[in-house]
Ligand binder design. Structure first.
Ligand SMILES: Nc1ncnc2c1ncn2[C@@H]1O[C@H](COP(=O)(O)OP(=O)(O)O)[C@@H](O)[C@H]1O
Ligand SMILES: [Mg+2]
Length: 290
């Protein structure tokens, strides 16, 4: 019997859906004949007693999840997400550079430092990438520091806020779409696919509107209903990062698919896997097969 450690952090557990998904994951592990232990940050020393670690908490190289991934790696215990994937996906400069190097299709993407923040350069950007533009602070997650700007004044307001947090900011061509594809990939294979429908009041899958958080709709989609080139792009983008578990966001405008981002630790708690009942089984079996 093997021991699965599910690393969780109450600080980043924010709803009952997440809790239910954790319990489902534990139950699947037990059905497969393993023991499953939730490991909280105070119990991090228990990692070395496990045979595999599945991190299900918000990953960030600056928080305890990264220490957990490193500890597992140090003790040669299979771990999802691995430390390299956490590092790469948590920094959009790093992630997009990797995707560009591997020739993965992206919206037109430019990195700017504070020295580039002048009217001449920004005017040129609007000419080259079009209007509006998307501006991102590289460590953003949950759409928090992603903004759409339509003129130079707007651009500077956002850019000056973001450049206080990072040496570089990301500027992208705006790709219009009603939904993002989310392609779940494990070890280079399709794990699940769903659509995240963008709320009509925003352009992001999640946003704060008048003090309220609005969330995207989630619709699990069976593989035969996902365009083949979208699945392939998801797999190629995931492989550009590593062989772990990723959620790749893709916009497919008029058949011209491009990657918006690769997420490590994708959420599997809001119905993403409704058409894929074996997602946790596949993840757990993969961990113990390593
Ligand atoms: N180039 C783009 N064009 C149009 N919408 C975008 C673009 N980039 C991001 N978005 C929207 O903003 C959301 C958040 O952007 P993303 O890059 O995923 O940042 P985060 O890591 O904060 O989630 C995406 O899910 C997408 O809906
Ligand atoms: Mg995102």
């Amino acid at each position: 019997m093997s021991r699965l450690g599910i690393f969780v952090d109450r600080k980043t557990l924010s709803n009952s859906e997440q809790l239910n998904a954790l319990i489902r994951c534990r139950d699947v592990a037990e059905t497969l004949g393993h023991t499953a232990n939730f490991i909280f940050p105070v119990d991090i020393h228990k990692i070395k007693k496990m045979d595999a670690i599945f991190i299900r908490a918000r990953t960030d190289p600056m928080n305890i999840t990264y220490v957990a991934a490193q500890m597992a790696r140090f003790h040669r215990i299979p771990v999802l997400d691995d430390p390299e994937s956490i590092r790469c996906c948590s920094d959009k400069i790093h992630m997009y550079s990797r995707l560009i190097r591997e020739n993965i299709s992206l919206p037109k993407t430019v990195f700017l430092s504070r020295h580039d923040l002048n009217v001449e350069r920004v005017t040129r950007l609007f000419d080259e990438l079009g209007t509006p533009l998307i501006v991102k602070e590289p460590s953003t997650s949950f759409s928090l520091r992603v903004e759409k700007v339509s003129d130079i004044a707007d651009f500077f307001k956002v850019a000056q806020r973001f450049i206080k947090l990072s040496d570089w900011i990301v500027v992208q061509q705006y790709i219009e779409s009603k939904y993002d594809w989310r392609i779940g990939v494990l070890d280079g294979k399709l794990l699940y696919a769903c659509k995240y429908t963008i709320p009509s009041v925003t352009f992001k899958i999640q946003a704060s509107v008048n003090g309220h958080i609005v969330y995207c709709g989630v619709e699990s989609v069976p593989p035969e209903k996902v365009p083949l080139h979208v699945i392939q792009l998801g797999i190629d983008a995931a492989n550009a990062i590593g062989r772990g578990l990723y959620g790749v966001d893709i916009k497919n405008n008029n058949g011209d698919a491009c990657v918006i981002e690769v997420n490590d630790n994708p959420s599997i708690e809001s119905g993403e896997d409704d058409c894929y009942p074996r997602v946790f089984e596949t993840i757990i079996s993969h961990l113990f097969a390593e």
